[in-house]
Design a protein around this ligand. Structure first.
Ligand code: NAP
Length: 541
């Protein structure tokens, strides 16, 4: 059934990364028209912006991918366990070409606003140069960790050399060989970037406020045997991810709590798992690490002992050991030689956690209360406005005239991270209160729900779907209750982006559903099977 009001496109998406490309596939398959806009000069999203040295996936490549095409899964070959940004970027090009997606993509086009039009039920979308375009369904495919968090450090515009956020790495590349590099922040980005830059830079200095629990990645080349095994078992791999609490290809729960395991056996299990690398260290050892403070502490102590073994200088080692917060209250990075890099003569760690606080960026470097550090390049690896930052960067106005930013002032409610009350026909891919999981798995599950909803509306001749406030309140309360039962709830004490606690002048909040990605995917499916009870469907006169 055709809508009464004709839009330029059935669907407009913002963001041409994993989410935008996946959306194009499913919407095309539904027989509807779609245009995806992206302000970048290339597709890839995260994997076109984050071109810093050492950037790589933290999920293993063979399941950090879209699964809708068996042909692509068989044809594409990953060269190693954790593909770098170039390879992931090439993969996304391969997907776009193979599935004839380019006609549906418009690059170098920033969307600055989108307004729901009450009379027509359409979205009026405006680009940076003032062009307007309409659609019936408006989808944020901007990624949940993409809007940079650039702290207001005094003097940052005065520096004489390059000074930029890590996700705005110069697209043409940056010659840092023989240069003195200062990096502010020590999150997952720096953990990847620092050892790589240290190989050729004159010096690399990291300014650390809070140390992280960094676990080994253990990079490995893909072998023909391993690749064959993966490709022979892709259905099983996809099913495992779909049924895993974090959407990953791990065998968990393991049916064993640390609290019930004798200490010797705990050590044996942790020692055995450690050299294998990946987040399996958390997910394939014990099931109570994210809920029991004592069990978590035992593993946290184990990790700190490993750090002490890796770092030669005991003072530096202690600075690198997290304390006072549980493992996973901040998202733990994976290590590709991060700690060993501090054993090099050209790598320095500056503690800015307290008395050695960061004061300002000057024309020639960084001043802390302890002195001045001269640099040629400064990288602000200061993280992201996760979950909410990207949708808030576009002026999205819903029913009643309020923007998403206004709605999300003190909390950021949604229904399952896919839609928001007062914002009809707006969909989010991995919005707030979706799980934090292997992202391609969550992205694809979200897109399936969105596409099923759109198909259902189209087949029944509905013009508008309005998310119900009561359903939103229910999801927010449920998410908060589960969040409170995990140790991630301590994230606000250590500026965790997982609670939005890293953003200046913003209240921490519950941003993530930790009830299990698998449980969440089941809930999405139930919603489809039950005819989307969270939504009110309307026909316009
Ligand atoms: P992040 O984990 O949020 O780390 C930001 C760092 O900047 C922290 O060390 C923070 O210190 C510091 N910082 C922020 N504001 C500061 C200020 N005003 N003064 C001094 N230091 C400041 O950011 P990220 O490293 O970019 O990683 C973010 C997330 O992106 C990761 O957790 C991960 O989910 C994703 N990511 C993924 C990959 C991958 O999968 N391969 C790679 C990179 C990033 P405090 O901790 O004290 O606040």
């Amino acid at each position: 059934m055709a809508s009464k009001h004709q839009a330029d496109y059935d669907v407009i998406g913002i963001g041409a990364g994993f989410a935008g490309l996946g959306l194009i596939h499913y919407i095309k398959e539904a027989g509807l028209s779609i245009k995806v806009f992206d302000r970048a000069t290339d597709i890839g999203g995260t994997w076109t912006w984050n071109r810093y040295p050492g950037a790589a996936t933290d999920s293993e490549g063979f399941y950090y991918c879209l699964t809708f095409s068996k042909e692509i899964l068989q044809e594409w070959s990953w060269s190693q366990r954790y593909p770098g940004w170039e390879e992931t970027h090439r993969y996304l090009h391969f997907v776009a070409e193979k599935c004839d997606m380019w006609p549906h993509i418009q690059l170098e086009t920033e969307i600055v606003s989108a307004q729901f039009q009450e009379g027509s039920g359409l979205w009026l979308v405006t680009t940076g140069n003032g062009d307007t375009v309409t659609c019936k369904y408006f989808v944020s495919a901007m990624g949940m960790i993409s809007e940079p968090n650039v702290p207001n450090i005094q003097g940052k515009d005065d520096f004489n050399g390059p000074c930029f956020h890590s996700s705005r790495w110069p697209q043409e590349g940056l010659d840092y060989a023989g240069k003195r590099v200062g990096i502010i922040g020590t999150g997952a980005t720096t953990v990847q970037m620092l050892p790589e830059m240290a190989k050729t830079a004159a010096s690399v200095t990291a300014f650390q406020r809070t140390p992280n629990f960094v676990m080994p990645a253990v990079q490995k080349p893909m072998t023909p045997e391993w690749e064959k095994d993966i490709k022979d078992n892709y259905d099983k791999i996809i099913e495992t991810c779909r049924n895993h609490v974090f959407g990953m290809c791990f065998n968990s729960p393991v049916g064993r709590n640390l609290a019930d395991t004798p200490p010797d056996e705990v050590q044996r299990i942790l020692e055995e798992q450690w050299p294998k690398g990946s987040f399996a260290f958390v997910f394939e050892t014990f099931d109570d690490l994210l809920t029991s403070a004592d069990s978590n502490k035992a593993v946290a102590d184990f990790i700190c002992n490993k750090i002490r073994q890796k770092v030669d200088d005991p003072v530096v080692a202690e600075l690198l050991c997290p304390e006072g917060y549980p493992l996973f209250a901040k998202r733990p990075p994976l290590d590709h030689g991060y700690f060993e890099a501090y054993n090099r003569d050209n790598v320095n760690l500056v503690d800015i956690s307290g008395k050695g606080a960061l004061v300002e960026i000057t024309e020639s470097g960084v001043r802390t209360t302890d002195g001045h550090h001269d640099f040629d390049i400064i990288v602000l690896a200061t993280g992201f406005k996760a979950y909410t930052g990207s949708p808030e960067a576009v002026a999205i106005t819903g029913r009643g005239g309020a923007t998403l930013t206004e709605k999300w002032k003190s909390q950021s409610p949604s229904i399952m991270g896919v839609c928001v009350a007062d914002f009809p026909n707006l969909f989010l891919i991995t919005g707030p209160q979706a799980p934090f999981a292997n992202l391609p798995t969550s992205i694809e599950q979200n897109i399936m729900w969105i596409t099923d909803c759109i198909k259902s509306m189209e087949s029944q001749g509905y013009d508008v779907c309005a998310p119900k406030l009561a359903a939103e309140e229910e999801w927010v309360a449920h998410t908060a209750e589960i969040h409170g039962q995990t140790l991630m709830a301590e994230g606000h004490k250590v500026n965790s982006w997982m609670m939005g606690a890293n953003i200046e002048n913003k209240d921490p909040r519950v941003l993530i559903y930790f009830g299990g990605a698998n449980v969440y995917y089941d809930k999405l499916r139930e919603s489809v099977d039950n005819g989307f009870p969270e939504l009110e469907f309307e026909r316009l006169a």
